[in-house]
Write a protein of this length. Sequence first.
Length: 372
Amino acid sequence: MSEAEYESVFDLPLADRLRALPSLLVDGALVAVVLLAQLWPFLGGPVGWWGVAMVAGSALPLLWRRRAPLAVFAVSLLATSLYDLGGPEASQPVWYGGLVALATVASRSPRWARLTALGVATALGLLAVGSSDTALRGLILFGAAYAIGRSARTSRAYAAALEEKAERDAERAATVERARIARDMHDILSHAVSIMVVQAEAGPLVVRSKPERAEAAFEAIADAGRDAMQQLRRMLGVLKDEPGTRTPQPTLADLPALARDVAGLSVSYSESGTAATIAADSAVAAYRVTQEALTNVVKHSGADSARIQLRWETSTLTIEILDDGPGTARVLPSGGHGLVGMRERAAACGGTLTAGRRGTGFAVALRLPVTT
């Protein structure tokens, strides 16, 4: 065990500390305690070598109790049964070794081994004692040891189930996070590349017809690329370990800049109602959905202009993206992109998204819940 691991043990609750220690160390300490407890009665009278040997024989095998619990129980029980062959001793010890061995069988062995050990212990206890009081005491002790072992087994099973559930939850969260990152990267790159493609395709025409606007087209391509790189750095920054390098995800406050920076399309932005508060993931979803909708306008609609309308209501924030293009239904790829991806984003935040023809163009409407 390394120094760091050793120090971390003492930050845990007592039960967890014991579980974190090496098993041989724990079992060695247990053997020492059992030996001391069983030898204690001999301090008041003569000590016979046979009795001491049998006491040791019932305790020392506990070092192997985890590897062979049933065999250790059998050896311990045999030593207990042979104790009286050495003649009368100073006192009859309590056979803690057998009790610990039985508890281990109950905790770590299959059902048939548990029932066999319990039955043998009960039978020998009834046959080996001379009074009903002693028999009753033995049955109570063996029953308590068995119950403690079963309780430990149940606790371990419960802890294992909790750990397995935690692993499943972590895997599920990682899957959701990977899907979110994939959507964000798609939205960022799709938006930037679409603008770059539109400007690049228009570039030759502009150079021939309006040379003075060629520089603006190239600047739009460069701006789109730089903006994509900045957003990717900002998005991936949250995955880094260094808190100082993290930058916030986009929010509603970034929507006006998004409208202003769309190249090749005139986009207006308006906001009405009393601003309220929405969840952080809803704000990111609002930005990404708006970005994806504008990308679709650039790629598919042939529109000259678009509008972003943000309306605050009592319990809902509605964001509409409308264009003046032909208004044909644009069926976009599934698998987390396009309209399907936007609907998934909305649903993940408890919102809804609708899209379809409106007037002379196409409209996308995102509705998100307002935090109360």
